[in-house]
Design a binder for this molecule. Sequence first.
Ligand SMILES: [Ca+2]
Ligand SMILES: [Ca+2]
Length: 213
Amino acid sequence: MKAVNSFSIFAAVVMATTASTFGQTYSTLFTPGIPAGPLSLATSWSGLFDGSTLTFNRALQSANGSETTPNAPTALAPAGLYRLNQQSFTPTVSGVHNFYSAQAFDGFLHLYSPNFNSAAALTDVLAGDDDMTTLNGGSVPNRNGVTTTEDSGFQFNLTANTPYVVVTSSFTASTTTPAAGAYYNEIYAPSTPATPRSPITTIPDATSSTVPG
Ligand SMILES: [Ca+2]
Ligand SMILES: [Ca+2]
């Protein structure tokens, strides 16, 4: 009987918490994805890779291959010129953030802090991912409704009011097989209720899976 009462109290607390914290519908971008808790869209942006896009010699993905607890990449990709865009971002809250990148090409995503220097891609690099097989649950439809394992993403514990740079790049060196097309990136922050989001269907995705995650 005591256990039942304890459970009832616990359930009431959970329900109250749910009502206040999860008051809005949370629509995750990539299916099924992590996280278990509510996240809010901190920032998003879209970009385009074309013949005028700057190039560099990018880093490889995180040395431990993890998308949920990534460590820093320790080596550069094979020599070549890889297209890149960079986006500065300063989080307003500390905690684990989710980084998602949907790409029309086979792309890469890296996180730097506090600076990014395209001539020294291993300096200040914190995380990197080629294909988001863990966060995206493997080869399952992402937010665009496209089944792909070539989008990029990871989770990383950020510190509030610290500058970060997110670098989107291509898997393939542009000197041999130019990677071109649009991409769409989003960063989700913890701790605040999510805002309902509509699916993004305007960014085509790479649909083949030729590169292991
Ligand atoms: Ca990729
Ligand atoms: Ca991966």
